[in-house]
Design a protein around this ligand. Structure first.
Ligand SMILES: [Zn+2]
Length: 129
C-alpha cells in the first residue's frame, strides 16, 4: 500500500585525516597597536559587575559582557565553575532575573536587612581570540 521511496541512505563521506590542518593559530593580523610585543592576541574590556550577597550565603551577580548583554547568576558563595543562569538585555532586567533565580533555586523568599544591596564595580577583563 504505502510505497515510500524515500530511504534514509546516508553514507557519510570519509574524512581525510589532515584536512583540518590549515588552522593557523598565529594569525594575528587584525591586532591593534599596543600588543606588538605579545604573542597572545588579547582584547581588553572594562566591564561592569554587580553583585549582592544574601543572608542564606548565596550571591546574585550580573556581569556585563563584551557583546553588550548581561550574564545573570545566582549561586552559593562557595560554588565553583559557575555558569550563567540567564542572559539579559539590560542590567536592570538582569538584576530582577537574578533575584527571581535566587528565589527559585535557593528558596530565598525575601531579602532581610542582613542581605547586601547591589554593589557595582568595574573590572578589566582580557579576552583571548
Ligand atoms: Zn536576599
Amino acid at each position: 500500500m504505502s510505497a515510500r521511496q524515500r530511504r534514509a541512505r546516508s553514507a557519510p563521506a570519509e574524512r581525510v585525516p589532515g584536512e583540518l590542518e590549515h588552522l593557523d593559530p598565529l594569525e594575528t593580523d587584525e591586532l591593534e597597536a599596543d600588543s606588538e610585543s605579545s604573542s597572545f592576541p588579547l582584547r581588553s574590556f572594562s566591564l561592569l559587575v554587580w553583585s549582592a550577597r544574601h543572608d542564606n550565603d548565596w550571591v546574585t551577580i550580573v556581569c556585563e559582557q563584551p557583546d553588550g548583554t548581561f550574564a545573570v547568576i545566582a549561586a552559593p558563595v562557595t560554588a565553583r565553575n559557575v555558569t550563567p543562569d540567564d542572559i539579559a538585555t539590560t542590567a536592570g532586567i538582569g538584576k530582577v532575573t537574578a533575584e527571581q533565580t535566587l528565589r527559585e533555586k535557593s528558596g530565598h523568599a525575601h531579602c532581610s536587612p542582613a542581605c547586601e544591596a547591589w554593589q557595582e564595580r568595574r573590572e578589566l577583563v582580557m579576552v583571548a581570540r
